[in-house]
Design a protein around this ligand. Structure first.
Ligand SMILES: NC(=O)c1ccc[n+]([C@@H]2O[C@H](COP(=O)([O-])OP(=O)(O)OC[C@H]3O[C@@H](n4cnc5c(N)ncnc54)[C@H](O)[C@@H]3O)[C@@H](O)[C@H]2O)c1
Length: 400
């Protein structure tokens, strides 16, 4: 940073999701400047004007040559791994929206780039700061679950709930080619809920897929960049702590919004169960059963209506959720007060963690080894699904 007071952060990909984060990076007291790198010229200019950004770049190459300290990646989900490696190799710290990568080779290159450069890498895993995850992590830390037995986690999000718009937003006429993104390559919202509570790994997997039958031309093997015709996938994992974990990634499912990312976790002493309209702590004693919906409810809609209507594509309600009683709001900078938050209170904490990690040089939450623990199981699960559910080993990328 050469004696400067704050960080310079370059946001790569100024699309919909970045719109929730640019104001937060700008408002952080340890950030001096936010730049934008965006390939689409009109979007680049519009977003720069909208957020009062002075410096813009047309490519990652240009951003890497600039004097920014860090790159925050918000490009489409299949682009992240190689872009993060390029930024790290240019000695930029990296924050990256999930997933970290979509092949085992990409994960290996990412971990190697962090280990060899010593730069900070943080995965922007929103599930890490969901109230349910915070609650379970704390009870796990206190030993209330006992030994881990089984968890089920899932991300249930029908294509008709915003995905058509999201893929068309940057995909041009060819958008169906990538809208067929294999569900298990985006399993990190689910896996991280479980693994960030127990600290374990997923070691083996057998996965089954649902061959899509809708007629919108999306999940068509011949038209898909990944040759993918599976719109729903269910994986059963062995965990490194001797238990079992079931993950569902559904993109064709008759379910309204609400808790579309959710988890139930069962231990030998206590369990947490989550379903639509149900969040319950349970033990062997019925007297100890607790309905924790109220405690974990996120309140407030901090994004003003006018700001919502200016968003490029309609977004799910959970983009705007405020904060819950189990979030440690006191550790957020006061300059975040009244600013947008999203995904159940997570955005502001993720931004804070990244900035503080870069300044302190300490590893952040969701570091590169965590990111590998979250995304590698889904990569192998999809492979298993394409082989009719064959049981496969999930490689271990270590703990740093
Ligand atoms: N809960 C969550 O964690 C969550 C929620 C929503 C989106 N996301 C992630 O955020 C990412 C972005 O999603 P989105 O809906 O904003 O997508 P988007 O299509 O709206 O935005 C992506 C932007 O990146 C730009 N881009 C692509 N390649 C580029 C390059 N090489 N250089 C510069 N710009 C480039 C595109 O032109 C586009 O403007 C995705 O990876 C998605 O998975 C995460």
């Amino acid at each position: 940073m050469g004696g400067r007071m704050g960080l310079r952060i370059g946001v790569l990909g100024a699309g919909s999701f970045a719109s929730s984060f640019i104001p937060l990076f700008k408002a952080h007291p340890l950030v001096e400047e936010v730049c934008i790198a965006e390939v689409m010229p009109q979007r680049r200019a519009e977003q720069a004007q909208r957020f009062g950004v002075q410096r813009t770049y047309a490519s990652l190459d240009d951003l890497c040559e600039s004097d920014v300290d860090a790159v925050a990646i918000f490009t489409q989900r299949w682009l992240h791994g190689p872009q993060a490696v390029q930024a790290l190799r240019a000695r930029k710290h990296v924050y990256c929206a999930v997933p970290a990568a979509i092949t085992l080779d990409e994960v290996a290159a990412l971990v190697a780039a962090v280990e060899q450069t010593g730069c900070i890498y943080m995965s922007g895993e929103t599930s890490y700061y969901y109230p349910v995850t915070l609650y379970c992590r704390e009870r796990w830390r206190r030993g209330d679950f006992g030994r881990f037995v089984y968890a089920e986690a899932e991300y249930l999000h029908d294509m008709s709930h915003g995905f058509y718009d999201a893929y068309q937003h940057s995909g041009g006429e060819d958008w169906k080619r990538t809208a067929s993104f294999p569900p298990m390559l985006y399993a990190t919202h689910s896996t991280s809920m479980v693994l960030s509570v127990t600290g374990a790994r997923l070691t083996h997997v057998s996965c089954m897929g649902y061959v899509d039958r809708e007629d919108d031309g999306v999940f068509q093997a011949r038209a898909s960049l990944w040759g993918n015709d599976l719109s729903n996938e269910t994986a059963l994992f062995r965990t490194s702590d001797g238990g079992m974990c079931r993950v569902n990634e559904f993109r064709r499912v008759g379910l309204s919004g609400g808790a579309s990312v959710r988890m139930s976790l069962y231990g030998t002493r206590g369990s947490f169960e989550e379903q639509t309209n149900a969040r319950v702590w349970n033990t062997l004693s019925v007297k100890e059963q607790q309905d924790v919906r109220e405690l974990l409810e996120c309140r407030g809609v901090p994004v003003p209506e006018a700001e919502r209507s200016r968003l490029p594509v309609p977004l799910q309600e959970d983009f705007f959720k405020g904060i819950s009683a189990v979030h440690d709001a006191a550790r957020l900078p006061v300059t975040f007060a009244g600013l947008p938050n999203g995904h159940y209170g997570s955005h502001q904490f993720l931004v804070c963690d990244f900035v503080e990690a870069v300044i302190s040089g300490q590893q952040p939450t969701n570091n590169v080894w965590d990111a590998a623990r979250y995304c590698v199981p889904g990569i192998v699960a999809h492979d298993s699904a394409t082989r009719g559910g064959q049981l496969l080993e999930v490689p271990d990328f270590g703990n740093g």
